[in-house]
Design a binder for this molecule. Structure first.
Ligand code: FRU
Length: 632
């Protein structure tokens, strides 16, 4: 390796250099103006590109001579290497890679490697044990999810060339049980029209688009500075493995030149016997309809001034759910993901429940903000299509405030556990119950039953479960004193802990991660102006537990507690079923089957191994306590 580098260094001084790579391959780097041209004979599958994360992006292109060749942005190494990413070299006998925006003496040009393989064995300490993450690279929104022929297709916003946002592709994985995922090649790649932003897919059962019965049709946003945000279509006739982009893209552009116009969600509307698409259009969601998925007609808009609206909507979704499981009482639900300025800062998922008559969506309590999850790391939540009566959702477990700062290198971004959505009625209003999908229970490998624990005294604790190695689930029926606090402490031997507690005085359930482990990456200097406005309002309304106010005062977006109103479980409810999933870097809480969901990332420097149950004020009861070890 050393010799190889030396040869490179020496050769770089000349304008033309011939570098022996693997057996039959040669790699030759020359500079023309500000472009480095890498010519490869008998190319291997990949050129491995060294990345240095905090550096500026350079541009890299596989030059095949076609006008579809697309520049990719890569943070190529200047004077240090964080990790490598593979850059596919195509099928030809030779390959030419052009690099722009990189100084001639940048380390990257010295360290390019030819290889037929790329090692994806985990090197990240915080990589979850049982949550989905890409094999490498960056992931944000789950999108385009569809179920077909026994397979769940998870597509997602993906950067294959680094672990920060960029080069949006649709990454792809499939699963038969929503838990075990097989990584596949990206399904839709960034192209000359732009980044491939979020969108949705459907199974074209009636062959309305003309690509065959049961083709998978994807609608997504192409985003670029030049073209803005426009909706495009692609189809797959090989069960979602590969997609062909529609030759007459885009299929929809904004009629008023809006810049924020994205994330199309398509669904079949049986009553109208046609497709509908909803698209985020800044602070509203627009409805369109179509017979063939190609020609779209504007129908109506919803959302302006509704709910809590600090900023533009993103990743909308729209589906039907029965109220309290009654198929004769169906309601329409609109999900809108919003960033920034949400409940605990940054991004979160809001929703509206109402009726749809084929033209307008109406919602009686549209001015109330309803949150699908009360944690800080639950975003871009959307559902699978083609799942019959089940509504299954996936969520991105991060927050745009610090998403690209979390302590990862090889890959950054994980999904929350798959959730099954239901609707319940409370005081003549409708709410989403976001429970964990029952498939997840197959992760339970070993159960410790701790029975019933009564803690009589203040600040006492009981029932320690230990040796859980960072991947476990805790279940209990929890009752606190009338004005008391009953808590569960999840901790390691480094004095780091996350607290989940019921606070009956304020009728709240809280997850406090201020002492959970690494938090410094959440520090900020100057908050976004939208956050400032909402922080002020949140403080004035005393909506926050002390720790949240502290987070604002201490200027750290991560070190905080998040909370939810227990009244979502019923006004007089005293005992709550608490179900907590702990993984290497996350804690997901579900109360009463998902009437409250709360998803938060945590980064303990040693895995959480232990759980204890405590009472802070008065007597607390924890009944039917179980701790399950979880494994894939
Ligand atoms: C939401 C989002 C979407 C967009 C995508 C880009 O997180 O901003 O609106 O399509 O991410 O990656």
């Amino acid at each position: 390796m050393k010799t190889y580098n030396m040869i490179l260094t020496v050769c770089l001084m000349a304008t033309n250099l011939l570098i022996p790579a693997a057996k039959a391959q040669t790699m030759h780097v020359q500079h023309k103006g500000d472009t480095a041209i890498v010519s490869i004979e008998s190319p291997t599958r990949y050129l491995l590109l060294p990345v240095q994360e905090e550096k500026q992006q350079a541009q890299v292109l596989l030059d095949t001579g076609h006008d579809t060749d697309t520049w990719m942005d890569v943070r190529l190494a200047r004077n240090g290497v964080d990790y490598y990413v593979p850059f596919a070299l195509g099928e030809g006998n030779t390959a030419t890679v052009k690099i722009l925006g990189l100084a001639k003496d940048a380390l990257a040009l010295n360290l390019l490697k030819l290889s037929d393989t790329f090692n994806t064995a985990n090197t990240d300490y915080y990589r979850p044990s049982y949550h989905f993450t890409p094999a490498y690279g960056w992931m944000n929104d789950p999108n385009g999810m569809v179920y077909k022929d026994g397979e769940y297709h998870l597509y997602y916003q993906y950067n294959p060339y680094g672990s920060k946002w960029g080069n949006m592709h649709w990454g792809h994985a499939v699963s038969r049980d929503l838990i075990h995922w097989q990584h596949l090649d990206p399904a839709i790649a960034r192209d000359t029209l732009g980044h491939i932003f979020s969108g949705s897919s459907v199974v074209d059962i009636h062959n309305t688009a003309g690509y065959g019965k049961n083709a998978i049709i994807a609608l997504y946003t192409s985003a670029s500075d030049k073209n803005g945000q426009i909706q495009c279509m692609a189809y797959s006739t090989d069960n979602g493995r590969t997609f062909t982009k529609y030759e007459s893209n885009p299929v929809l552009t904004p009629f008023d030149g809006l810049r924020a116009f994205r994330d199309p969600k398509v669904f079949w509307y049986e009553k109208g016997k046609c497709w509908y698409m909803i698209v985020s259009a800044d602070k509203e969601t627009r409805f369109y309809k179509s017979k063939n998925l190609k020609k779209w007609e504007y129908v109506s808009a919803f959302g302006n001034g509704m709910g809590q609206q600090p900023c533009q909507y993103e990743c909308p979704d729209f589906f039907q759910l029965p109220v309290n499981g009654d198929p004769n009482n169906m309601k329409w639900v609109m999900i809108m993901n919003i960033n920034p300025g949400c409940l605990f800062g940054g991004s979160a998922t809001e929703y509206f429940v109402g009726d749809f008559d084929g033209k307008n969506f109406t919602c009686a309590d549209a001015h109330e903000a309803k949150w699908m999850d009360y944690g800080k790391d639950h975003y871009a939540t959307v559902t699978f299509s083609n799942t019959g009566n089940r509504v299954l959702a996936m969520t991105w477990m991060s927050n745009w405030q610090y998403a690209d700062l979390t302590p990862f290198k090889q890959n950054r971004g994980a999904n929350g556990l798959p959730r099954e959505l239901k609707l319940f009625e409370l005081d003549n209003k409708y709410y989403i119950q976001e429970g964990v999908a029952p498939e997840v229970m197959a992760l339970r490998k070993e159960t410790k039953e701790l029975g019933n624990l009564t803690i009589e005294k203040e600040k006492d604790f009981a029932g320690i479960a230990s040796g859980m190695n960072g991947a476990f689930e805790i279940e209990a029926d929890v009752t606190a004193d009338a004005n008391g606090i009953a808590g569960i402490e999840i901790y390691n031997n480094k004095q780091e802990r996350t607290l989940v507690y019921i606070d009956m005085k304020n009728r709240r359930i809280v997850t406090d991660r201020t002492e959970s482990g690494l938090t410094d990456f959440g520090k900020y200097s100057e908050p976004h102006h939208i956050e400032k406005k909402w922080d002020k309002q949140r403080k004035e309304q005393s909506l926050l537990p002390a720790r949240m106010v502290n987070a604002i005062n201490y200027k750290n977006n991560f070190a905080l507690a998040t909370w939810a109103p227990l009244n979502l479980c019923g006004k007089d409810k005293k005992t709550f079923h608490v179900d907590i999933f702990v993984d290497k870097s996350s804690i997901e809480l579900f109360v009463d089957g998902g009437r409250i969901a709360m998803t938060n990332l945590v980064f303990p420097i040693a895995p959480y191994e232990n759980v204890k149950f405590y009472s802070q004020t008065g007597k607390s009861e924890f009944q039917n306590v179980k701790v399950h070890k979880l494994a894939l």
